[in-house]
Structures are given as structure tokens and as C-alpha cells.
Design a protein around this ligand. Structure first.
Ligand SMILES: *Cc1c(COP(=O)(O)O)cnc(C)c1O
Length: 379
């Protein structure tokens, strides 16, 4: 089945009561039982909700997985994965990743005795020295936010398997249209569904996709016990978003390519981080594991002052200055003061995330308008 057909039909079954083609929003907290314990499989909406179940089937299908679990946010999905662990367990995490993931690991879970090692995973072998008998999980993100570094999922998965370690890949930037980490040996795929899956900047949500029955049961137990479940209306919005994921991503890729090449040709621009350039260090791996390069990129200016970066950030008219990404509209962001402010400055600089770096989420408007907007803002 083609990817487009799959995105449109994933998880969808006509409503058994009415035949409604769209999954109804089951806005209910509880379900009436015929006699104690005799029910239709639905007891209480924290544990079961038909709208949520439809979305969980959909995300599983489009990630080539067996099971999906959705959460009230991307970080709630990440939180559930770390709750598989216990004090003394160790995690090897990507050095260059979403600031909120770093904050959750270092400020929330570290104090419960879970140990995190942050490693640059562009070279998969760099993980090996950090593996010991307590290592339970490798957490990676590819391409990374915001520097667009690429991790070889298959190479990391091989190392993880050899040592019986779980591998979780945050696939938010690529989306299931461009990359399916389970196919390369990952155990868990995580998404901030807030971004490309929802696609319209109108919902906060996260999800996990797995193949293993026990892993699914353990994560479902955490989902219902800790309670970070999304409401049915939010599930409906993401179900609707997924139906156009393939056409949106095609346009994100086309626009991304044009904007990246334009930025590179601008003589005020110092460096453009986009994994679709043939001279990008991760290009070959990206070609192997992705079906396109997407609309995320970042760049620096030759004049490396914060003041000049601020001028660009405040001068765009179509690109809105905002956190988040993956919506139909283009966004411009300053990682050092916005999305990645929770990472200490020294840590950021070590990973190449400078004060003047500008990140773009290239939307699906007309590319020529986006380029004209950047041209006037860069000046
Ligand atoms: C936004 C984001 C998250 C966190 O998701 P929320 O839905 O905001 O909780 C995690 N990883 C990446 C790569 C993100 O961009």
C-alpha cells in the first residue's frame, strides 16, 4: 500500500453505531456496565477511549509498528519511557536533542537516581564506552533539533541489541512519512504529535509506537497508572492531521529544499544546517534511512552578534517568531533563548548551538514568498 493511502485510512473504521466515516469524539469519562464487571471493554476513559484507540491504531500503522500509545504531550510520552526504569539504571542520550527532553532527564529523573550520559551519536561507536551492566536505554533523536545532525539508527540499534539495551528514537523531526525507526531496529518510536502529525499548531500531544507485546503492556500500565492521557477532541485533531501528512510533508520537503539553497546562496549567511545538502556530514545516512529531508533547518549569519540575529528574528512577516514546528505555517525561532534555553550555555556551545543560531520550520506556503520574506529580513 502506498504511503498516501495508508495515511488516509490508518486506524479508521466507520463508526459501528451510525456508519459515520469520521471517528466520533467520545467525550465521556465513564461507561455504563450491564452488571458488575460486564461491559463492552470500556470501563473508565483514563484507561480506554474509542477516539484515542483509533488514533493509537493509526500511529502504529503509519510507523510500521504493532502498538501505539498516545499521551497528553510529547514530553509525557518521553516521561512514560523513562518510567520503565528504576534507580541505578543508566541511559545513554544524544548530546544534541530537544531542550525539554534534556530538562526532563536532568532536572526531574536524575534526582530519582537514574543516570544519564550525553553522547554525540553522529558516530554510533561513540556510545560503546558508556555501556555497562546498568545501561537500560539509548535515547536518540534524528535529525536533531536544532542542528540537524543525523544518527545512523541501524548502527545504534545493532549496538543496543548486542547489549540487550532498549533503543528509543524521537522521530518528531522526520515524521513517519520520511522515516520509520522500527524498520531499522529501534524498539520504541516517540513523537511529539504536536508537530507534523497534528500539523496545524492547534494541539499538544505525544505518542509511542512499539512492536513488543511486553513493552506495550508495560507502557500501557504506565499510561493508565500515571494518567497523562489526551482528551478525545485532541485525538480527533491528530487523526485528522494524519490524513494529510503525506501531502503536507511533500510540500515541506519541496519548500525546505528551496529555502535551504536560497540561504546558502545569501552572502550574509555563514552556515546552513540542513541534512539534504550532499556535503552535510550525515547526508549518506539520511539518504539511507529517510525518504526526504523535510522542512526543518537552522542557520548562522556571518555577523555573529545576537543583535543581528535579533533583527532578522524580529523582521520576518510570513515566518512567525514562535516556538514549535511542523505546522502548515512557517515559524522562525531563536533556540538559545527559546526552545533550548533550558540547556546551560556551556553545554549548548559544546554542541555547536551558538547564541546567534536561527531555526526555521519551513511551512507549506508558496516558496517564493518565504524566500522573499527571508531576503528582506536578512537585508
Ligand atoms: C516539541 C518536541 C518534543 C516535546 O513535545 P511536546 O509535545 O511539546 O511535549 C520532543 N521532541 C522534539 C524533537 C520536539 O520537537
Amino acid at each position: 500500500m502506498g504511503l498516501g493511502t495508508k495515511m488516509i485510512h490508518a486506524g479508521a473504521e466507520p463508526d459501528p453505531c451510525t456508519g459515520a466515516i469520521m471517528t466520533p469524539i467520545y467525550q465521556t469519562s465513564t461507561y455504563v456496565q450491564e452488571s458488575p464487571g460486564k461491559h463492552k471493554g470500556y470501563e473508565y476513559a483514563r484507561s480506554q477511549n474509542p477516539t484515542r484507540f483509533a488514533l493509537e491504531r493509526a500511529v502504529a500503522e503509519i510507523e510500521n509498528g504493532k502498538y501505539g500509545l498516545v499521551f497528553s504531550s510529547g514530553v509525557a510520552a518521553t516521561d512514560a519511557v523513562i518510567k520503565l526504569l528504576k534507580p541505578g539504571d543508566e541511559v545513554i542520550a544524544a548530546a544534541d536533542m530537544y531542550g525539554g527532553t534534556y530538562r526532563l532527564f536532568s532536572k526531574v529523573f536524575q534526582k530519582f537516581g537514574i543516570i544519564f550520559h550525553y553522547v554525540n551519536m553522529q558516530d554510533a561507536a561513540a556510545i560503546k564506552p558508556f555501556i555497562n551492566k546498568n545501561t537500560r536505554l539509548i535515547w536518540t533523536e534524528t535529525p536533531t533539533n536544532p542542528l540537524m545532525n543525523v544518527t545512523d539508527i541501524e548502527a545504534v540499534a545493532n549496538i543496543a541489541k548486542a547489549h540487550n539495551i532498549l533503543l528509543c528514537v524521537d522521530n518528531t523531526f522526520a515524521s513517519p512519512y520520511l522515516q520509520n525507526p522500527l524498520d531499522f531496529g529501534a524498539d520504541i518510536v516517540m513523537h511529539s504529535a504536536t508537530k507534523y502529525l497534528g500539523g496545524h499548531s492547534d494541539v499538544i500531544q505525544g505518542c509511542l509506537i512499539v512492536n513488543d507485546d511486553k513493552l506495550r503492556d508495560d507502557l500501557y500500565f504506565i499510561q493508565k497508572s500515571c494518567g497523562a492521557v489526551p482528551g478525545p477532541q485532541d485525538c480527533f485533531l491528530v487523526l485528522r492531521g494524519i490524513k494529510t501528512l503525506h501531502v503536507r510533508m511533500q510540500r515541506h520537503c519541496e519548500n525546505g529544499e528551496q529555502v535551504a539553497h536560497y540561504l546558502r546562496s545569501n552572502d550574509k549567511v555563514q552556515h546552513v544546517y540542513w541534512c539534504g545538502f550532499e556535503d552535510h556530514p550525515g547526508y549518506a545516512v539520511a539518504k539511507k534511512q529517510m525518504r526526504g529531508f523535510g522542512g526543518m533547518m537552522s542557520f548562522t549569519l556571518k555577523d555573529d552578534s545576537i543583535a543581528t540575529a535579533n533583527k532578522v528574528l524580529s523582521s520576518t512577516k510570513i515566518f512567525s517568531l514562535a516556538e514549535s514546528l511542523g505546522g502548515v505555517e512557517s515559524l522562525i525561532n531563536h533556540p538559545a533563548s527559546m526552545t533550548h534555553a533550558s540547556i546551560p550555555r556551556e553545554e549548548r556551545l559544546k554542541n555547536g548551538l551558538t547564541d546567534s543560531l536561527i531555526r526555521l520550520s519551513v511551512g507549506i506556503e508558496d516558496a517564493k514568498d518565504l524566500i522573499a520574506d527571508l531576503a528582506q529580513a536578512i537585508g
